[in-house]
Design a protein around this ligand. Sequence first.
Ligand code: DGP
Length: 115
Amino acid sequence: MSECIFCKIVRREIPADIVYEDEISLAFRDINPQAPTHILVIPKEHIPSLVDADPVKHEALLGHLLLVARRVADLEGITDSGFRIVINNGKDAGQAVDHLHVHVLGGREMGWPPG
Ligand code: DGP
C-alpha cells in the first residue's frame, strides 16, 4: 500500500476537506492555503509528477484534471473574477508532494511573474 500522503487522502486514511470527486479524480482544500480559494485537484492513480505522465495512457486524464479544475473554480464562485492553475514539477519549482496535483488558486489578485 502506498505511503504517499495524497494516496492516503484518496483512500480516506487521513482527512481532507473534499470539494469534488469522480471516478478518476479528487479535489480538496490545500492544508496551507496561499489564497482565499486554494484547492488541489489530483488523479486517484499515483503519478509522481507531470513528467511521469505517459503521453498516450494519461492524455485524457490530464485533460480531465484541467476540466475538473475549471469546474472547481465554478463551484467556488471564482470563475468571473479569475483564477490561477499551477502545476509544480520538481525541485526548482518547489514540488513538495510527489503525487501529481493541480493547484487552483483564486479569490484575490495575483502578481506575475510568480515567485
Ligand atoms: P507542491 O509544493 O506543489 O508539491 O504543493 C503541495 C501542496 O500540498 C502544498 O500547498 C500543501 C499541500 N499539502 C501537503 N500535505 C497536505 C495534506 O496532508 N493535506 C492537504 N489538504 N494538503 C496538503
